[in-house]
Design a binder for this molecule. Structure first.
Ligand code: 5AD
Ligand code: SF4
Length: 477
């Protein structure tokens, strides 16, 4: 099959933070007439890997595809179009995608008309794209994180010309505010407030794959939130790689604290946000979170390491001591605060003593939970060029030790909930027992209790009677 390589990603270009005007557009996207005819009767399937930003991108892709007339299916073998929406943050995420690309090759041998597309962070890396072009000839379309708005035009070309298409810009030139979205949840919504990241932590690929920090216009964010409230949504989660940096690129003084306050005033029942960088978490933000009852007292505050030497090598811009001071200010303002974090073990040349600092920090903070990772070198990042003398065996041993420490901390926090009455947003029927409902507390703890299905989507009081590591049980009050 012929191939049309329009643009391939370039790491150096992606790394540059040279001033580039991003056009913000409010026009509705045009749907190619030819594609409408192709889409009639066709089904699509999207598999998303990675973080909430990708989940929100999937909603946009669904919105676009359904506007063109494609219908969703839950079974990839029944699909006419499969999109893999990929993640690049660690090697194991990429391995899963390569495995899935292999599975699709088999499916395409049976269903010759299947169109396979790959988007997301993984294909923002040149070496991956080269591999896909050379070795995975059944992949029909590759598009990036900066041009999701072009998805329908690119598909139109694939279908009309029977050409493989590669279009992956390294930078954002246009930001489309009026893209359709098919939300995946009925009463909980993700709202992007900013894209990209300028922090350049030395291990992280995100600043390259998602580009420069760009804040969405406040009016667009507030309009989206108000519409969600009108549509009956109960919970909004504001999304950004680093939400605290909101507004810094605009320089008009309107910051994340101001935005949080304005979104809280829309009257949404529950407001969350993720992710926060400890470095620019302001005291004003703590005040706002503490002040509004509808802002959930649950903060995800990635620490990555408890050792100052490692934090410096990671380029994290804070110390163990300043992190602990920030946590102390948060706990003073919000005694019931639930704190979660991300931690990396086995950073190049980490020593046992440095690792032990991470263990002691976990104990000292008392996390409600943590995502733990073994360091994974990412092509092009500064950390990937550091010589690493830590063996994989030792990294795995540390990882197991860390998981135990996190579990001990989470168990203490869960046990402390017994006897308390928690407000729970009821999500649905438990996967294990259809008499049991499940939902999340304000502190983001999974709560199970016996109740009627009519409660789904509402907020109820549950008195907690027993605790497990990652969930608690209780009785409806
Ligand atoms: N290796 C391991 N973990 C990583 N993360 C980001 N980059 C890497 C990497 N190269 C983790 C960090 C981040 C989370 C989303 O993923 O902990 O907070
Ligand atoms: Fe990656 Fe650091 Fe940005 Fe988070 S803050 S996305 S870890 S560079």
């Amino acid at each position: 099959m012929p191939i049309d390589i329009k643009q391939t990603p370039n790491l150096i270009k992606a790394r540059s933070r040279l001033h580039q005007q991003v056009l913000i557009l409010h026009d509705e996207i045009a749907i190619p007439e030819r594609l409408r005819q192709v889409a009639a009767g066709k089904h699509y399937f999207i598999k998303t890997y990675g973080c909430q930003a990708n989940v929100r991108d999937e909603e946009t892709m669904r919105g676009l595809l359904e506007a063109a007339g494609f219908k969703p299916t839950d079974h990839e073998r029944e699909a006419d179009l499969v999109i893999l929406n990929t993640c690049a943050v660690r090697e194991n995420a990429e391995d899963k995608v390569f495995g899935q690309v292999g599975v699709l090759k088999g499916i395409k041998q049976v269903n010759k008309d299947l169109v396979v597309a790959i988007g997301g962070c993984m294909v923002q890396q040149a070496h991956i794209v080269t591999d896909m072009i050379d070795k995975y000839k059944h992949v029909d379309l590759m598009f990036g994180t900066h041009n999701i708005h072009q998805l329908l035009d690119l598909l139109d070309e694939v279908y009309a010309t029977k050409t493989r298409v590669v279009s992956i810009p390294s930078l954002t030139s246009e930001s489309h505010e009026a893209l359709p979205a098919k939300r995946l949840h009925r009463f909980k919504a993700f709202v992007n407030i900013m894209y990209g990241c300028d922090k350049f932590c030395t291990y992280c690929i995100v600043p390259y794959t998602r580009g420069r920090e760009r804040s969405r216009p406040v009016a667009d964010i507030l309009n989206e939130c108000r519409q969600l409230v009108r549509d009956g949504y109960q919970e909004i989660t504001l999304l950004g790689q680093n939400v605290n940096a909101y507004g810094k690129d605009k320089g008009d003084g309107y910051d994340f604290a101001a935005l949080l306050e304005d979104v809280a005033k829309t009257g949404i029942a529950r407001l969350r946000f993720t992710t926060s960088h400890p470095w620019d978490f302001s005291l004003r933000m703590i005040e706002v979170i503490a002040k509004y009852p509808n802002i959930m007292k649950a903060i995800h505050l990635p620490v990555q390491s408890g050792n100052n030497g490692i934090l410096r090598l990671m380029g994290r811009r804070y110390t163990r001591e300043s992190y602990l001071r920030l946590v102390a200010s948060m706990r003073t303002a919000m005694p019931n605060l639930a704190l979660t974090t991300d931690i990396i073990v086995g950073f190049p040349n980490e020593t046992e003593t440095q690792f032990n600092d991470t263990l002691s920090l976990v104990r000292e903070v008392g996390y409600d939970g943590a995502f733990t990772f073994i360091y994974s070198p990412r092509v092009g990042t500064p950390a990937s060029r550091m010589i690493d003398n830590v063996t994989p065996e030792l990294k795995h041993q540390w990882f197991d030790q860390l998981v135990k420490e996190v579990e001990a901390s989470a168990q203490i926090r869960a046990d402390a909930l017994v006897g308390q009455t928690l407000k729970v947003l009821v999500d649905g029927v438990s996967k294990r027992n259809d008499k049991v409902l499940s939902g999340y507390s304000e502190g983001n703890k999974l709560v199970h209790f016996i109740g009627d299905e009519t409660l789904i989507g509402s907020i109820v009081n549950v008195k907690i009677t027993s605790s497990h590591l990652y969930s608690v049980h209780g009785d409806l009050v």
